[in-house]
Design a protein around this ligand. Structure first.
Ligand code: DAH
Length: 343
């Protein structure tokens, strides 16, 4: 019996030491220490042995069991460690290696020039106490025309043809509906700007696009006059062009302002002496604006005998074109990287 025990011990320990996988170890364990394992059977039959040998054999069996268990465990640890080592080598990556971008092949993203100028303008107006509002691109006729004092059969509707949806709504032709939505939501005094994308049904050329961007602005308070409008516009242009600019107002017609103006700025290319950009006039048209028409205030539930205001509509594409001397509005939506990487 003792020899048998020695043999089980030797065979098992040798097999365990040379086992290559955890599965092999588990097999060995079952074969020796499992319910029907060779050592288990001996341990179970101890009671049948004559009392003289029972003690020594029992002791020896338990010692061997312990040795086998320990060997199994230490071999399993060894195997686990080597497989981890293997993973470390096979799946090793050098996290300190520089990305392809650093060697000049990968391209980094950037903001579209329209977004850049939009954010810049939002900052300028926020610093002057204006709030930024949003409005839907698919608008109702009421907000796009009616409440801006452009009734159904008014010829001014012809100036802004657009895309209509089957349920009678339209893609907004300007950001001016944000004025009305703003007045409805907020009580005067109020100062708001509303940037956004607008649409016109027209054929495209170097200065016309079917989709472009505007920023609408409106200030309503007691006794607002043209001088407030001039101050805010001059401050805006000074901060965008980073120098003092001269402006002038010419009469301009928009049904939602009275009086309405076209605001011109002295040509920054020639400094006002006349060049091809300003068509020798020394002035370039920048934005339309005016004092809010009393009818529009009433549409916004504001009493025109108590409150007055100014409004303006800034064309973002045109502004960027002036700032950087860009000659074709179609570049903006072309998706052409050669254009976009310049900003
Ligand atoms: N919404 C006008 C357009 O797109 C621009 C405009 C003119 C806006 C005068 C205004 C304004 O707020 O006062 O043609």
């Amino acid at each position: 019996m003792e020899n048998k025990l020695e043999e089980i011990k030797k065979q098992t320990v040798d097999a365990v030491r040379s086992a290559k996988t955890a599965d092999e170890l588990e097999d060995l364990r079952v074969r020796v220490l499992g319910r029907k394992g060779s050592l288990t059977i001996i341990l179970r039959s101890l009671g049948d042995l004559p009392p003289e040998t029972r003690g020594t054999i029992g002791k020896k069996s338990n010692e061997i069991k312990k040795i086998i268990e320990e060997t199994l465990e230490s071999r399993l640890n060894e195997l686990n460690e080597t497989s981890l080592d293997g993973l470390v080598t096979s799946e090793w990556i050098d996290v300190t290696l520089s990305s392809p971008g650093a060697t000049g092949t990968a391209k980094t993203g950037r903001l579209h020039p329209i977004s850049q100028i939009q954010y810049e303008i939002e900052d300028i107006f926020t610093s002057m106490g204006f709030e930024i509002l949003d409005g839907p691109e698919a608008e109702t006729e009421y907000y796009n025309f009616e409440a801006l004092n452009i009734p159904k059969h008014h010829p001014a509707r012809d100036m802004q043809d657009t895309f209509w949806t089957e349920d009678g709504n339209l893609l907004r032709t300007h950001t001016s509906p944000i004025q009305v939505r703003g007045m409805e939501k907020m009580k005067p005094p109020l100062r708001i700007v509303g940037p956004g994308r607008v649409f016109r049904y027209e054929s495209t050329d170097a200065s016309h696009e079917n989709t472009f961007y505007q920023v609408e602005g409106m200030m309503i308070d007691r006794d607002i006059s043209v001088s407030h409008l001039i101050y805010v516009m001059k401050e805006l242009l000074r901060r965008i062009f980073k120098r003092d600019v001269k402006i002038r107002l010419r009469p301009g017609y928009f049904p939602f302002v009275e009086p309405g103006f076209e605001l011109d700025m002295n040509c920054l290319i020639c400094g006002g002496t006349g060049c091809s950009v300003c068509k020798q006039s020394g002035w370039v048209e920048v934005l339309p604006c005016g004092l809010v028409h009393p009818a529009v205030l009433r549409y916004g539930n504001i009493d025109p005998s108590q409150w007055s205001g100014f409004a303006f509509g800034l064309g973002l594409n045109r502004l960027i074109m002036m700032k950087y001397g860009i000659n074709d509005i179609r570049h903006f939506l072309s998706g052409d990287e050669r254009f976009l990487v310049q900003f």
